[in-house]
Write a protein that binds this ligand. Sequence first.
Ligand code: PMP
Length: 309
Amino acid sequence: GPAVAAVAYHDGAFVPLREAQVPVSTQALQYGTGVFEGIRAYVQRSTGEPAVFRAREHYERFLSGARTLHIDIGLDVKELVELTTELLRRSGLSEDTYIRPLAYKRSLMPGTPPGVQLRGVTDALSVIAFAMGSYTDRSGIRCAISSWRRPGADVLPVRAKATGGYLNSALAVDEARAGGYDDAILLNAAGNVAEASTSNVFAVVRDRLVTPPVTAGLLEGITRDTVIRLAEDFGVRCEFADLDRHDLSTADEVFLTGTGSEVVPVTEVAGRAVGAGVPGPLTTRLLDAYQKLVRGDDPRHADWLLPAG
Ligand code: PMP
């Protein structure tokens, strides 16, 4: 079909993406006072049209993060989902699409003190959508263990997908790439794995599938939840347990999950091969099951896909 047009819902109107602009006085630009989401719509094998994957869960997380930041966008989950399918229809509905909602603090009033407060600052909503295919690296990636720690839940609301928190991710990725790695795994203040820069971490340790608990300080990924459910479908129960550096260096398999990265094998952590240094069997099985699922080929989870057309 025709190329997907980059479109935006911005300040209450649907506009071409290039017209969705914010003033430099925007408080969120200066202080990181916003929350966002990353959502994918996948072209379905049976219809050839995109369906939004787990839109409801993404917008539930979005609205709970917005509440934490005292952002009121005046729309509920159902309205946000409808807005998203409308945006996709306007984009042309022919390719895999990435959808990025952003709710943020707007007013930094000229002539008034540039306060860092949340209450009393006006709110805004933008949702942008553009074509983006699956870029999963099936052969696996190499991860550094970052010298940057993930902040605790008493430092930043890490369970909200808050824009300001991504400075920590950006510093960790930058350091990892400078060291020749693809991505970074971040530890929390206690030295246990929190998450990767923009994804959650899983490991297969002595025949157990393990992922850190929410108390380790992480974003409760929707892909993390999806993979836990897919593992259950195989009869594998995922355990929530802390992972330390010893667990990572003795794990048989390590993989990351995220909307963007999907399920990606990790074949090296901080200079050590994971297992045999190639993607492990459970990782590959979950990666394949995830790819089938998002294309509409898993009838058990058809309710996670919302056709946009
Ligand atoms: N942790 C962080 C810090 C992230 O940015 C993301 C991506 N949203 C994830 C985990 C994975 O979350 P999800 O599977 O919902 O995309």
